[in-house]
Design a protein around this ligand. Structure first.
Ligand SMILES: Nc1nc2c(ncn2[C@@H]2O[C@H](COP(=O)(O)OP(=O)(O)OP(=O)(O)O)[C@@H](O)[C@H]2O)c(=O)[nH]1
Length: 437
């Protein structure tokens, strides 16, 4: 069951390139796609593990089932990401000539249109190489015009042609620390409207929270995009591990939706990865029980929320590395008996767990330590509604002033597009409110 990854806009491409560095290391592949036999003998992965995320070429190389799409080609100018993107096969990348100036309307409108046909063609080519495609996994920023607007345009086009495909996404919410456009707020809300319409599962990340994680936990004083992307790659590698390696739980995109997201149009689990330490930090061999409990603490999340403080709809833990079963039993018992967890009991009373005996590895440019065991929690919790409330508040402030709307209207968008996105967000907030009662 193959998954095709689609990386849109500068963030989507750069973050994606970091992810593929790590995926390749975990699957014992060289950057060119050759199997590293020496690594492979000692790893727990087998050749059959490649097929969901890699296609085999006629000359025996394993290449990512991935597309790198942008309305401009600025990423080529970046010394590190530019050289990595040049190595990607031409049919797997489509780069236009003008960026969307952080306007959703430009990605949805003429700039997006300019690269739409070639992008759809590239999707068709990758689909033809799949035996049993299950879906698409998107990577993008919600703040950028391409990441929000073009993602929406292309997702609609693909859904028309392949309505049976599942769609999941990794989306970066804008932050103030590393450049931020005033139109970010509109783009994010309009982009989230697309998430509600199209995505079966949407993992959100907050740039500012990641930035603070760098300062406070990794002690990196001046984190650039490359640093943030290696952290994001570590998290994504764990979230996708059940799709990439043999797993009993969450082995398909459909399983993930079934296990984690029982309510329609509420596709937002909160992700947390533990431990997350700088690679040069003194590494304590942490006990599984402590790692699991720390997954629910506010300061360890990738979003500014705390899944434990509000009701949990469903929750799932992905455990990786070499895990002692005694340790696991101990940890899961502590979790089960912790009275602080509040569940929406019509959906769940406890956490689901999947164990993956896949080896944790180092990769190029990585700044995070590689521990013996790693825990990633995926929690569908009411606590994420605080993020949407804050975004809506900022949106309302700008929209009431009609600030910057002419940049969107000149691309053919209308007031109703904004009203509809805002109404959908209100419906979502009410649904969360009702669950908390
Ligand atoms: N984490 C991370 N953030 C990035 C990266 N590149 C840009 N950003 C941030 O993403 C936001 C803008 O999104 P981009 O991805 O640059 O925009 P885009 O989707 O290409 O859209 P346009 O530039 O409007 O065409 C800004 O807040 C940037 O600081 C990256 O590689 N990693």
């Amino acid at each position: 069951m193959e998954c095709i990854s689609i990386h849109t806009g500068q963030t989507g491409i750069q973050w994606g390139l970091s992810c593929w560095d790590l995926f390749s290391a975990e699957h014992c592949l060289s950057p060119e796609g050759k199997i590293r036999l020496s690594d492979h003998i000692f790893s727990t992965s087998s050749l059959r593990d490649f097929s969901p995320f890699y296609r085999e070429t006629e000359d025996g190389l394993f290449k990512p089932r991935a597309l790198f799409l942008d309305c401009d080609d600025n990423v080529l100018e970046d010394p590190m990401y530019g050289s990595k993107l040049r190595r990607v096969d031409s049919p797997q990348k489509v780069l236009g000539t003008s960026n969307c100036a952080s306007i959703f309307g430009q990605g949805l409108g003429h700039n997006g249109d300019a690269v739409l046909d070639k992008s759809l063609e590239a999707v068709r080519r990758l689909m033809e190489e799949c035996e049993s495609p299950q879906g698409l996994i998107w990577y993008h920023s919600l703040g950028g015009g391409t990441g929000s607007g073009f993602t929406t345009l292309l997702a609609r086009g693909i859904a028309r042609e392949y309505p049976e495909l599942k769609m999941h996404e990794f989306s970066l919410l804008p932050g103030a620390e590393l450049t931020c456009a005033t139109t970010d707020v509109y783009n994010s809300l309009l982009g989230l409207h697309n998430s509600l319409d199209m995505m079966g599962c949407s993992y959100l990340f907050d740039s500012d929270v990641l930035y603070k994680t760098c300062f406070n936990k990794l002690h990196v004083n001046n984190p650039n995009h490359s640093v943030l992307n290696t952290i994001l790659a570590r998290v994504v590698a764990d979230v996708t591990a059940t799709l990439r390696f043999p797993s009993i739980v969450n082995a398909t995109m459909e399983d993930i939706e079934f296990n984690l997201l029982p309510i329609q149009r509420m596709p937002f689990p909160v992700v947390c990865l533990q431990p997350l330490l700088h690679r040069n930090a003194e590494c304590h061999d942490e006990h599984f029980k402590d790692l699991v409990m720390s997954c629910f603490e506010r300061g360890n999340q990738v979003l500014n929320c705390s899944p434990k403080e509000d009701k949990i709809i469903r929750s799932c833990l992905v455990l990786r590395g070499f895990i002692d079963m005694e340790e696991v039993r101990d940890g899961l018992n502590a979790l089960k008996t912790d009275k602080e967890f509040k569940f929406v009991t019509s959906f769940s009373k406890t956490h689901t767990t999947c164990l993956l005996n896949s080896k944790l590895v180092d990769f190029a440019d990585n700044i995070v330590s590689v521990p013996r065991i790693q825990v990633c929690s995926l929690t569908n919790s009411v606590s994420i509604s605080g993020i949407f409330k804050e975004l809506t508040r900022k949106f309302d402030m700008m929209f009431q002033q009609k600030a910057f709307l002419h940049w969107y209207y000149s691309e053919g968008m209308e007031e109703d597009d904004f009203n509809n996105a805002r109404d959908e967000m209100e419906t979502l907030l009410v649904k969360y409110q009702n669950l908390e009662k």
